[in-house]
Design a protein around this ligand. Structure first.
Ligand code: UD1
Ligand code: MG
Length: 500
């Protein structure tokens, strides 16, 4: 079986970004620029364009050419790639030559070398597959991708003769005013016949700019009367990111692509202009995303949810039928039928079980809140476990941080408990099942099951009769649960004002 090698250039200084971060690590839709190129490269074998060659030609891990800020890139991508070093940045031709030793060590030796630039993150796998397929079909020495652009852009211009045959690529710096009017530009994706590539690069002289341009190989192939093939793609896919204006342009195009993917897959997005969804987010069908919503990182959202308006969800997992309004979640896990907001916050380690209701101005961190529990107004649950159907009334605070020992401690509250308004639970502390605390209680000692405590510090008041706890609480929970199940999440987004 024949093989092709992929070389991705990532050694440039990225001067025009004016950044201390490598250009190729600047995030685009939540992932580094380079990650987008590598994803497209990895998907080539499964593209339609490449299908006729799938049985005859295969590839290996891409070779990334590093130079500037190589440590940053190495630690971000690790052994996902192979690497070659370009110690001095003397141009794109010089960078490709830096990969020769690594390419030539591949077994079997590849016949074709596919070269991409790490700063063209919008190129799709299907397009890369087309360039490769065209190269193989034409048995070309070199094949490259072009696009039509406005004459104001900074892409290299593709110069053709009267018969439409490619003669050369001229960079803007060296182009005549006539050449600058050429609309066809170089997108920066090439296939080369390997042996010709190395011998030509080795013989390539420095150009007037003192660099070795990969693009200068086209004129050489033309002079040698070798086969040069081209594939024309859209300018969107060719967008090269050299500065932050182009980064924002790329972001806009990529975000629109992501939104369209979700909409075609059955997600309603009310206002695409104010909705930001990262590449890796997954959303179930019939979920509605309202304006001003940002979903980022590896976030998964179930079906029939209603998210937003004004909501940010990062690195979190939500089940089906959740309703989240004007709230922020990061590193949280919400099971089915959770309702949250407006204006609440789940921080890392927040786990809200099925049917939990969290109202306004609540914060949950590193805590488990059991099924059908209510955490309505102005409360903080940190390092806590709350049992099923428990009511956390307004103003409840778990005081989890001991300022003297600088340690965090846990609060455990049982099932069917009722924590009265303004209760402060000084951790470590445990409140038993069906226990109650009076308004304003400061609980410093464990509270037994079915017991009422009141005061500061909270003291035993009385044992609770079963009518006050089990039946009462369970009946209320049953009613609440029945009411909740009758609600259609897609048309109703308000959180009923229950509990205290
Ligand atoms: C390059 C092309 C131009 C094309 C455009 C498409 C050349 C000479 N010009 O211009 O025709 O229209 O891309 O986006 O190729 N790099 C290295 N080592 C170096 C120099 C660059 O690895 O010594 C890498 C950069 O990290 C970058 C890529 O090569 O990922 C392209 O370099 P860049 O400086 O961005 O070239 P452009 O000016 O965009
Ligand atoms: Mg560039």
């Amino acid at each position: 079986m024949k093989t092709y090698a992929t070389v991705v250039l990532a050694a440039g200084k990225g001067t025009r970004m004016r950044s201390t971060l490598s250009k190729l690590l600047h995030p685009l839709a939540g992932q580094p620029l380079l990650a987008h190129v590598l994803k497209s490269v990895a998907e080539i074998p499964s593209t339609t364009a490449f299908a006729p060659y799938r049985e005859q030609i295969s590839t290996q891990r891409p070779i990334v050419v590093l130079g500037h800020e190589s440590e940053q890139i190495l630690s971000a991508f690790g052994d996902r790639c192979q690497y070659a070093m370009q110690h001095e940045q003397l141009g794109t031709g010089h960078a490709v030559l830096a990969a020769q030793t690594v390419v030539d060590a591949l077994d079997p030796l590849p016949e074709t070398v596919l070269v991409c630039y790490g700063d063209t993150p919008l190129v799709r796998s299907e397009m890369l597959g087309r360039v490769l397929a065209e190269h193989l079909q034409q048995r070309a020495t070199v094949t490259f991708l072009t696009a039509d652009a406005e004459p104001t852009t900074d892409y290299g211009r593709v110069v053709r003769d009267g018969q439409g045959r490619v003669r050369e690529i001229v960079e803007v710096k060296r182009a005549t005013s006539e050449q600058l009017q050429i609309r066809e530009v170089n997108s920066g994706v090439y296939c080369f016949e390997r042996s010709w590539l190395w011998s030509t690069l080795q013989a390539l002289p420095r150009n007037a700019a003192g660099e070795y341009y990969l693009t200068d190989l086209i004129a050489i192939a033309c002079t040698q009367e070798l086969t040069i093939a081209t594939v024309k793609g859209s300018l969107d896919e060719s967008l090269g990111v050299n500065n932050r204006v182009q980064l924002a342009d790329a972001e806009q195009i990529l975000r629109r692509r992501i939104l369209e993917r979700h909409m075609y897959a059955g997600v309603t997005i009310i206002d695409p202009a104010t909705t930001y969804i990262d590449e890796e987010v997954q959303i179930g069908t019939d979920t509605v995303i309202l304006p001003g919503t940002m979903l980022s990182g590896k976030t998964t959202i179930g079906s029939w949810c209603r998210i937003g308006p004004g909501t940010t969800i990062e690195q979190s997992t939500l089940g089906d039928r959740c309703i989240i309004k004007n709230s922020a979640l990061e590193g949280a896990l919400l099971e089915d039928d959770v309702r949250m907001g407006p204006f609440s916050h789940c921080r890392p380690g927040a786990h809200l079980a099925r049917g939990v209701r969290m109202g306004n101005f609540g914060e949950v961190k590193n805590s488990y809140v059991g099924e059908d529990a209510d955490v309505h107004h102005f409360s903080y649950l940190g390092d806590a476990t709350v049992g099923a159907r428990t009511n956390i009334a307004a103003g409840t605070i778990t005081s989890n941080y001991d300022g003297v020992t600088k340690q965090k401690y846990r609060t455990t509250i049982g099932a069917d408990a009722f924590i009265g308004c303004d209760t402060i639970l000084v951790a470590p502390v445990t409140v038993g099942d069906k226990a109650m605390t009076g308004a304003g209680a400061v609980v410093t000692k464990d509270v037994s099951a079915s017991t009422l405590v009141v005061g500061v510090p909270a003291r035993f008041q009385r044992s609770l009769a079963s009518a006050e706890t089990v039946d009462g609480a369970e009946e209320a929970a049953r009613e609440k649960s029945a009411e909740q199940k009758s609600v259609q999440p897609v048309i109703t987004d308000s959180v009923p004002d229950e509990g205290q």
